[in-house]
Ligand binder design. Structure first.
Ligand code: FSO
Ligand code: SF4
Length: 550
């Protein structure tokens, strides 16, 4: 069987990648990722049975599951060998759990799901099985759609939970939900129950985002309004991309005093807003644009690049020998930096050594970007914001969070930002911001018209701000606020954030540039009826509708 993947917005023909991923993933990698999910579901089923026998899931297993699931997110890992290694580990984790529970539970009986009983001792057997466990094994398209909607929500949640535990913050209830969600996707459940599980997943995404927010702000301080430099210095540099702030800390600590500067790329830009990172004088600013500009940005950067998470694009330029991955990320031919030793730091010495031999980055732009409008900063401005809304100086807020992507029709988001009247404020988080964060959109009485809260996980900040405004204005429904949602999605973290917004009761979300291919017509109908989710239309039509509060 060939591959089938429809988990991201760029899926072929907005239906499914069947030969090779538009993302560059090969059919072999796609199938191996399916098998990794399959075996991780096996862990969940056994853990669920263990729970029934009073054996609680230990955090180590929870951590393993989050990393395994994270590895399958779009653009995170293209490395066959790394995925096979993780499948082998997953089998060991599952079998160790099986050994710990009562033999009469039926784990090895013929009625147990295959994800619990299947095993392989060679790479060949793993590769052979990989082609037969994909999403199409669920034949009913509505059940498949709901199972995958839950699975993609859990993928995003797992990525965020992984970042949190890297900083020492864990909530066993979140791991428990992963177990519940994954094991239930192996059962024959009615549609209603799967819809309920979808919203429950949204609830756990909110908990996970809150946990990560706590982890980030407790460890690195509360983001501050910051002007981030876009130009370059004369020293050699290391470019760090992805979302992992713990990796950022390790890199800044190890490059301090070495004459090597550190620049952020894409989703690492918000690291510049944290007080603890701002203290490093070798943090030189942000270089380049969102993830899909990698080929040109990494080429001109000249120095080593560290990818801490997704999004990686296939390497076309000459920079493969300067590309490093770590954590859940992987790319064939790129050096992978191993795990952090307990209580220690990852060893980035090889990257630093290489940086010292490289020329300084080539300047591709100058100027600054302003960001750092996470919940505390915006709430500190609450009086000013409320006064501006009451006086009519601010007519509307438009949440334009989410992802960027390479498809031309994402110009829509630039057009919307340009077309929104001058008395509107754009609230953003995630790499979607690169579609408009360098436009001269001005400010309203000193409040910038684009307020960047941070990474996609900082969409949590936007929810906190909305809930606070609801309270300040004395409203009984979040949907009565003068806030519209025009969300750009690309991969599964955005699916998780969407489920979080639905759980919080947000309605009338515009989602673009296309609705997910994994939504069957019936499931899409449920989302429209329950939440009035709608696809983006033209920028002009949507701006008129947004300003009319529709
Ligand atoms: Fe973007 Fe990629 Fe943060 Fe995503 S870099 S697309 S939603 O991984 O996670 O916003
Ligand atoms: Fe296609 Fe997206 Fe899957 Fe890549 S992640 S194979 S582009 S659907």
């Amino acid at each position: 069987m060939s591959m089938f993947c429809f988990q991201c917005q760029e899926t072929a023909g907005n239906a499914g990648c069947k030969v090779k991923g538009v993302c560059g993933k090969t059919d072999v990698v796609a199938n191996l990722q399916d098998l990794l999910i399959f075996v991780t579901k096996g862990i969940a089923v056994v853990a669920d049975k263990a729970r029934g026998q009073g054996i609680a899931l230990d955090n180590k297993t929870g951590q393993f599951m989050t990393t395994a699931i994270f590895t399958t997110i779009t653009n995170a890992n293209f490395d066959e060998a790394a995925i096979i290694a993780r499948i082998r580990q997953a089998l060991k984790v599952r079998d160790a759990l099986k050994a710990g529970i009562c033999p009469s539970c039926g784990c090895d009986s013929s009625s147990a799901p295959e994800c619990v009983t299947w095993s392989a001792d060679t790479d060949d057997k793993i590769r052979m099985k990989a082609a037969y466990v994909g999403v199409l094994t669920t034949e009913n398209e509505d059940i498949r759609s709901l199972r995958e909607l839950i699975m993609y929500g859990v993928k995003g949640l797992s990525a965020y939970a992984e970042h949190a535990w890297q900083l020492g913050y864990e909530d066993p209830a979140i791991y428990d939900h992963i177990v519940t969600a994954l094991s239930k996707t192996t059962q024959d459940l009615p549609v209603d129950e799967l819809v309920g599980l979808t919203l429950k997943t949204g609830e756990y995404v909110v908990k996970t985002l809150a946990l990560l927010d706590k982890a980030n702000t407790t460890t690195y301080g509360k983001p501050e309004i910051t002007k981030v430099n876009l130009g370059v210095r004369k020293n050699p540099g290391i470019l760090i991309s992805g979302h992992d702030l713990r990796d950022m800390e390790d890199l800044l600590e190890q490059t301090r005093g070495t004459g090597v500067d550190v620049y952020t790329h894409s989703e690492m830009l918000p690291a510049n807003y944290y007080p603890k990172f701002k203290k490093y004088d070798n943090l030189a600013g942000n270089y380049g644009s969102s993830w899909w500009h990698q080929n040109q940005d990494f080429e001109s950067f000249n120095g080593p690049v560290l990818m801490t998470t997704n999004c990686i694009i296939p390497v076309k330029g000459s920079y493969l020998n300067r590309l490093f991955t770590t954590g859940a990320a992987g790319y064939p031919g790129a050096k992978h930096i191993g795990e952090r030793p307990m209580g220690g730091r990852k060893d980035f010495s090889e990257i630093i050594k290489l940086a010292k031999t490289c020329p300084a980055p080539k300047e591709i732009e100058t100027g600054t970007l302003v960001g750092g409008f996470a919940h505390d900063q915006v709430l500190a401005l609450a009086d000013k914001v409320v006064a501006a809304v009451k006086s009519g100086a601010i007519k509307r807020f438009v949440v334009m969070a989410g992802c960027d992507g390479r498809m031309k029709d994402r110009q829509y988001f630039t057009d919307v930002a340009n077309a929104l009247p001058k008395d509107t404020i754009i609230l953003t988080a995630g790499c979607a911001k690169y579609r408009y964060n360098k436009l001269p959109l001005g400010d309203i009485g000193g409040i910038p018209r684009v307020l960047d809260a941070g990474q996609c996980n900082d969409s949590y900040s936007l929810a906190v701000i909305a809930l606070k405004l609801k309270e300040v204005f004395g409203l009984d429904d979040i949907n009565k606020l003068p806030i519209s949602y025009d969300i750009a999605w690309y991969e599964q973290k955005a699916v998780a954030v969407l489920l979080a917004l639905l759980y919080l009761g947000v309605k009338n979300i515009r989602l673009g540039p296309t609705l997910p291919a994994f939504l069957s017509p019936n499931v899409a109908k449920v989302l429209v009826e329950k939440f009035n989710i709608k696809p983006t239309a033209t920028a002009a039509a949507d701006v008129s509708a947004i300003m009319a509060g529709v």
